[in-house]
Ligand binder design. Structure first.
Ligand code: DLL
Length: 432
C-alpha cells in the first residue's frame, strides 16, 4: 500500500514531472529571490536555458554559507505575507539557518510524512508517539502534521521525562514511535528499568532519524522493543524530516524525487558522480515556494543504490547516511568517520550502543583519540583482565579498519550521558 500514486511513477513520467517542476522553480527563484538572480547572472545562466531535468547540473550550487550570509530571510522566494511558519536549525557553529514555509509547503510536507508513516505500515488506526522535539527544530511539528494528514492519532509528547513516556505509551496504546535512534535506546533502557517488557506495549514500528546510526544499532533497537525500526532522513534547509525514508525492505531510503532531485557529487571537484558511487549529497527542491533551494550541498555522504526496490516504489534509494564531510575527524592526518568506529564497536558481543569519542592534542602536538564505550553489566562485573583483553581486541580492530591507533576504555553501564535529541558523540578538545 502506497500513500500516493507518484511513488510508483515510471522513469519517463517522473522525468517529465521533474522537468516541468524544475523549470518552474528556476523561474520562481530568479524572479523572486535577488540572491539567485545575482548568482545565475554571475554564472551566465538565464531561466530559459533550463529546459529539462537534464539541465540540472548547469546550475550553480547553494551552500550553508549562502544561507548564513543572507540571514535570516534573504533566500526566501515568497513574500512574508505568504509565509505561515518559520523553522531554524541551531548548528554548532555560526548563525542559525532559518527557513520559511508557505501554506502549500506545509501541505506538501505533511503529505510526505504521511508517505513515510504508510511505509512503516501506519493507517488511520495507529497512534503515533512523537518524541521529536517541538519548536524551531523541524522534527516535532513535521511528524505531527504528517500524522494528522494521514488521519492517524498523534501524541505530541516531545522529548524528555522518559518514565512518563513509557507510562503514556502503555496507557495511551502508542503503536509507532518517532524519535532519534539514540533516544529510542535511552527509552528502551528506561522501560527495562521500570520492569516493563515490550509485550506489555502495543508498539509495532519506529521511524528514527535526525542523526547517523548503524545496522547494528537497528538490530539492537528492534530487539529491545520488538519492533521494525526504519530510517528517516531530512534537513531543515530542504524541508525537515521526510526528504527520504526507508520502506519495510530496510535497504536504503527512497528519496521523494517528485519533490527533491538528488545528485551525488565529488565534494572536492563538484563533479556529479554516477549511481552507486559514494559522495556528497546535493538536493534541488522542485515544488517548494517559501525557500526553494538550487543544488544545495548537504555535506552528508552517501550513494545512490542502483537497481529496483522489491517494495515496488520507483524512487531511487540512498544508502544509510554514513557521515558528513564536516564531521570527518582528521587524526594524525588520517580521515576518520565516527560511523566507522561505531560499526566496529557494535560488532562486539557485550558492548552496548553507548559510546563517545574524545579527541585531544597531546603536549608534543600529536592527536590522541579515546573511545569510551559502555559494556553490559555482566561484562563489567567480570575480571579486569577480561575487560582489558576486550579493549585491546577492539583497539586492534579499529586500527585495522581505520589505520589509526586509538585507546579504548570500557566504562560502567549507564555512565555516558544519554540524549533526548541528537546524541553528542564527539568531544573534540583540540578546538577549545
Ligand atoms: O534533523 C530533520 C529530521 C528530523 C530528520 C527528524 C529526521 C527526523 P536538521 O536539524 O536540519 O534536520 O539536521 C539535518 O541531520 O544534514 C544529517 O547530517 C543529519 N541527519 C538527519 N537525518 C539523518 C539520518 C533534521 N536518518 C542533518 N541519518 C542532516 C543520518 C541524519 N543523519
Amino acid at each position: 500500500m502506497f500513500y500516493s500514486k507518484e511513488e510508483a511513477l515510471g522513469q519517463a513520467e517522473l522525468e517529465s514531472l521533474q522537468s516541468r517542476r524544475l523549470i518552474e522553480t528556476v523561474r520562481r527563484v530568479y524572479d523572486n529571490a535577488p540572491f539567485y538572480k545575482a548568482k545565475f547572472d554571475e554564472a551566465g545562466i538565464k531561466p530559459a536555458d533550463i529546459t529539462s531535468a537534464a539541465d540540472l547540473n548547469r546550475l550553480p550550487f547553494t551552500t550553508k554559507q549562502d544561507l548564513r550570509d543572507n540571514y535570516p530571510y534573504g533566500l526566501f522566494a515568497a513574500p512574508m505575507s505568504e509565509i505561515v511558519r518559520i523553522h531554524a536549525s541551531s548548528g554548532t557553529t555560526g548563525k542559525m539557518t532559518v527557513v520559511g514555509y508557505t501554506k502549500n509547503d506545509i501541505e506538501m510536507w505533511a503529505a510526505l510524512i504521511a508517505r513515510c508513516l504508510v511505509m512503516a505500515g501506519a493507517t488511520k488506526n495507529d497512534v503515533i508517539h512523537n518524541c521529536y522535539g517541538y519548536g524551531l527544530f523541524t522534527g516535532g511539528l513535521g511528524m505531527h502534521y504528517g500524522t494528522e494528514k494521514l488521519g492517524a492519532t498523534v501524541i505530541p509528547v516531545s522529548a524528555g521525562n522518559s518514565r512518563r513516556q513509557i507510562k503514556i505509551m502503555q496507557d495511551f496504546g502508542s503503536t509507532i514511535l518517532t524519535c532519534t535512534p539514540s533516544y529510542a535506546l535511552n527509552l528502551a533502557e528506561t522501560m527495562r528499568e521500570m520492569g516493563i517488557s515490550p509485550e506489555q506495549l502495543k508498539l509495532k514500528a519506529g521511524i528514527f532519524g535526525a542523526e547517523p546510526w548503524s545496522e547494528n544499532m537497528r538490530r539492537d533497537i528492534e530487539k529491545m522493543w520488538g519492533i521494525d525500526a526504519l530510517d528517516i532522513y531530512g534537513l531543515s534547509e530542504i524541508m525537515g524530516p521526510g526528504v527520504a525514508c526507508e520502506c519495510m525492505e530496510k535497504h536504503g531510503l527512497h528519496v521523494f524525487e517528485d519533490h527533491f532531485m538528488p545528485e551525488i557529487i565529488d565534494s572536492k571537484t563538484g563533479k556529479p558522480l554516477p549511481d552507486g558511487e559514494s559522495g556528497e549529497l546535493v538536493f534541488t527542491t522542485i515544488t517548494k515556494e517559501g525557500i526553494p533551494l538550487i543544488r544545495y550541498r548537504t555535506r552528508d555522504i552517501t550513494r545512490i543504490i542502483p537497481g529496483k526496490c522489491a517494495c515496488g516504489r520507483t524512487f531511487r534509494r540512498i544508502e544509510r547516511l554514513s557521515g558528513r564531510t564536516d564531521d570527518m575527524l582528521i587524526i594524525r592526518g588520517v580521515n576518520v568517520f565516527p560511523s566507522e568506529i561505531e560499526m566496529v564497536l557494535m560488532s562486539v558481543e557485550g558492548v552496548e550502543p553507548h559510546y563517545r569519542i574524545i579527541v585531544d592534542r597531546a603536549e608534543h602536538g600529536m592527536d590522541t583519540m579515546e573511545v569510551q564505550v559502555e559494556v553490559s553489566d555482566r561484562l563489567f562485573s567480570d575480571e579486569i583482565k577480561v575487560l582489558e583483553a576486550l579493549s585491546t581486541r577492539i583497539e586492534k580492530e579499529i586500527h585495522s579498519v581505520l589505520g589509526v591507533a586509538v585507546t579504548v576504555k570500557m566504562v560502567e553501564p549507564r555512565s555516558i550521558p544519554r540524549s533526548e535529541g541528537k546524541a553528542k558523540r564527539i568531544i573534540d578538545k583540540r578546538k577549545i
